[in-house]
Design a protein. Structure first.
Length: 267
């Protein structure tokens, strides 16, 4: 299969960046037969990352397998914010970790930190294990349920890219996500904040005093995310990145346990 044929095939399938994708497919395939099969899968609408078997994320190559949520470029902003807060002696948890992309960034940024990652999906946990160092501890289950009791009250950086797409908006997502990623990795309930609220409600029980909860959200949903954090006693700061088209809500657990009400930092 010639390069020109690959580009033509991809463009006909609706791939906007056909040349870039063709370059990646050619560089990844090891035989002409494998290349033809990969081009065929991509033309059928499979996510490019599932076809390649990896996704680029913060300069890392993250293994991505079928049935696992593909890390988005916008989430690089979340990872960068978390990495800047994690100290070498800290304790980090990547909740709803998917392929473990954020946790992998944290492992590089603070190799001495105690690192945990958790997800509901067995496929995601297996995939994350391949992307994380052997010292990372993986947990499978619903949010905080599978975490060891000894982790309670010790987490200094808790990161969650929980699903936040409103249920009614899922039919309008690109086919790569809508048809090839598990629905539970996308569906955030009626307003998109159902899973986020559960993450936020549990966070104060697991964060160390002064610990931070970071959640990726949308510009439109950010006020709701911030309000939920404040209602659970966290001091909230919203940060945005135009380059990544991303918004992150950061909630800090007060050092003083008697403080019950959070506040929103608007600067």
């Amino acid at each position: 299969m010639s390069y020109a044929t690959i580009v033509t095939t991809l463009r006909a399938a609706g791939c906007v960046f056909a040349e870039d994708e063709a370059d990646l497919l050619v560089a990844t395939a090891t035989t002409p037969e494998q290349l033809a099969a990969m081009v065929g899968r991509r033309a059928e609408g499979f996510p490019l990352e599932h076809v390649l078997g990896w996704a680029g994320f913060c300069g890392l190559r993250i293994t991505v397998t079928a049935g696992v949520f593909v890390p988005r470029r916008r989430t690089e902003f979340l990872a960068g914010q978390a990495a800047a807060l994690l100290r070498p002696d800290g304790v980090a948890l990547d909740l709803c970790c998917g392929a473990g992309a954020v946790a992998a960034v944290l492992a590089v940024a603070a190799p001495g930190a105690e690192l945990h990652a958790a997800d509901l999906s067995p496929a995601a946990v297996d995939c994350a294990r391949s992307n994380l160092p052997p010292t990372a501890q993986l947990h499978r289950g619903d949010l905080y349920a599978p975490l060891p009791p000894g982790l309670r009250g010790r987490i200094t950086v808790l990161v969650a890219n929980a699903p936040y797409v409103p249920t009614d908006a899922i039919p309008f997502l690109p086919s790569e996500a809508r048809d090839h990623e598990p629905r539970f990795t996308l569906d955030g309930g009626a307003d998109g904040l159902a899973v986020q609220r559960r993450v936020i409600a549990g966070a104060p029980h697991w964060l160390a005093p002064g610990g931070r909860l970071l959640i990726e959200t949308s510009t439109r949903q950010a006020p709701g995310t911030a309000a939920a954090m404040a209602a659970h006693g966290l001091t909230v700061e919203l940060r945005t990145s135009e380059d990544h088209d991303a918004t992150v809500a950061i909630g800090t657990l007060p050092d003083r346990p008697d403080r019950q009400l959070g506040r929103l930092v608007t600067s």
